[in-house]
Design a protein around this ligand. Structure first.
Ligand code: GDP
Ligand code: IMO
Ligand code: MG
Length: 423
């Protein structure tokens, strides 16, 4: 069986968690392939809201296997909290949540290094979630990292000590004010590691290989968004992993020719948390309305998300990079009541009109060129079928489909599981 992918096409927070939860009924296995607790994936059903950071978004379906792949970085302390949050609910995490031995561990000192690095950058800071993501992936590629599989070996604490001591020296090298009590952080860490060790560690590439041979259906769940990809995003204002389709191959051990559908998810407008260029960003009442109605607050850090119009230049780029076969649009309901909607269809780049994403999209180089569309007044959040949509909303969807040349097969009209419409 082919493996399907679900990928965020903007700067994250497109609604991946919600849609993975909705799609889970079609799959035997949900597998996260990159990122770590920098992600915040929100699910809503039965009047409850859940935010997951590392655990895949299929966890509330008892029959489904949820797998944390080798490409993910795990902070045992945050993982333990996520497990505690699941306790009141009916999940099967003790048996159905599997962890790759090759996934890397985020140490307390990785978090401190993240903070020190950001403090040293001053105004040029990335706006990291401060979860230790960058330093952990640096240790992975630098071949120094501690992996989940190490926890099964004698002497892993010696390896830990060597790495943590090195990190402490690095933190002092930054020469910035980062206050910490390492003994306390380590107590918490070692305690959480014991909880993590209560879960099932596996050779996940082998497991997934067998699952494919046995005809199991697999959905790979992305974290962050394509514009935060370490190679193809708005570098250096990106995260430290490949968030795009290729990341699912390296982050799970899936062969490229085994990929089936690549579902691409995007918001009907654009948001971004943290620093970095954002050509269609709004600083006016329209942006404030999107922020308020869309409740645009980071699910991991609680920071306000920057808001702006939909950027089709950037969206076309991420559709292509990922080989998207079907699109999912979320949060169209937030745009109800806007008299006029704007869609960026090209950039003015140093005096020239261009339709591709150039190397540099800083405001001094790029001015967005907009197409205007008529808005709709109706509240669409209670609609059950696409045929009920107001004409202007239909026009908006059809315009995007035509421009992107990919069908928009699912429309989300609210945060709840039930507010999902197949087209
Ligand atoms: P993720 O990181 O891609 O999983 O997305 P987040 O959970 O960080 O952010 C998406 C936010 O939008 C969450 O609060 C969701 O509950 C909410 N959401 C998802 N889809 C919709 C939608 O169609 N309409 C509205 N109004 N909210 C949505
Ligand atoms: P989900 O999976 C939105 C952003 C941070 C920062 C940059 C680098 O919920 O879509 P990092 O902590 O990775 O070093 O931060 O990336 N960022 C996200 N923005 N959604 C996310 O995840 C994000 N994960 C990281 O705000 O700008
Ligand atoms: Mg999120």
């Amino acid at each position: 069986m082919a493996v399907d992918l679900l990928l965020g096409l903007q700067w994250g927070d497109e609604g991946k968690g919600k849609i993975v939860d909705v799609f889970t009924k079609n799959y035997n296995i949900i597998a996260r392939f990159q990122g770590g607790p920098n992600a915040g994936h929100t699910l809503e059903f039965d009047g409850h809201k859940h935010v997951l950071h590392t655990i895949p978004s299929g966890i509330f379906h008892k029959e489904t296997i949820n797998l944390v792949g080798n490409g993910v970085v795990i902070d045992p302390v945050i993982f333990k909290k996520e497990l505690e949050n699941l306790e009141p609910y009916n999940t099967n995490y003790k048996t159905n949540l599997l962890i790759s031995r090759k996934a890397h561990l985020i140490l307390p000192t990785h978090r401190l290094l993240d903070a020190a690095s950001e403090a040293s950058k001053g105004k040029a800071k990335i706006g990291s979630t401060l979860k230790g993501i960058g330093p952990t992936y640096m240790d992975k590629t630098g071949r120094n990292g501690l992996r989940v599989g190490d926890l099964e070996l004698e002497g892993w604490k010696d390896k830990y000590r060597i790495l943590a001591d090195k990190h402490q020296a690095m933190i002092s090298f930054y020469n910035v004010d980062v206050q910490y009590n390492l003994a306390e952080l380590e107590d918490e860490f070692f305690n959480a590691v014991e909880v993590l060790k209560g879960l099932t560690f596996i050779d996940s590439e082998e497991y997934l290989q067998r699952a494919q041979e046995d005809g199991k259906t697999i959905l790979a769940e992305g974290a962050q968004g394509s514009l935060l990809d370490i190679d193809f995003g708005t570098y250096p204002y990106v995260t430290s992993s490949n968030t795009t389709a290729a990341g699912a191959c390296t982050g799970l051990g899936i062969a490229p020719n085994k990929i089936g559908d690549s579902f691409g998810i995007f918001k009907a407008y654009t948001t971004r948390v943290g620093s970095g260029p954002f050509p269609t960003e709004l600083f006016d009442e329209d942006g404030k309305t999107m922020s308020r109605v869309g409740n645009e607050v980071g699910a991991t850090t609680g920071r306000p998300r920057r808001c702006g119009w939909l950027d089709l230049v950037a969206l076309k780029y991420t559709v292509q990079i990922n080989g998207i076969t079907q699109l999912i649009m979320t949060k169209g309901d937030v745009l109800s009541g806007f008299k006029t909607l704007k869609i960026c269809t090209s950039y003015n780049y140093k005096g020239e009109n261009i339709k591709h994403l150039p190397y540099n999209i800083e405001p001094e180089n790029v001015t967005p060129v907009f197409t205007e569309m008529k808005g709709w007044k109706e509240d669409i959040s209670n609609m059950k079928e696409a045929s009920q949509f107001p004409k202007e909303f239909q026009d908006y969807i059809e315009f995007l489909e035509k421009e992107l040349n990919v069908p928009i097969s699912v429309i989300s009209v609210g945060p709840d599981r039930k507010q999902t419409i197949q087209r």
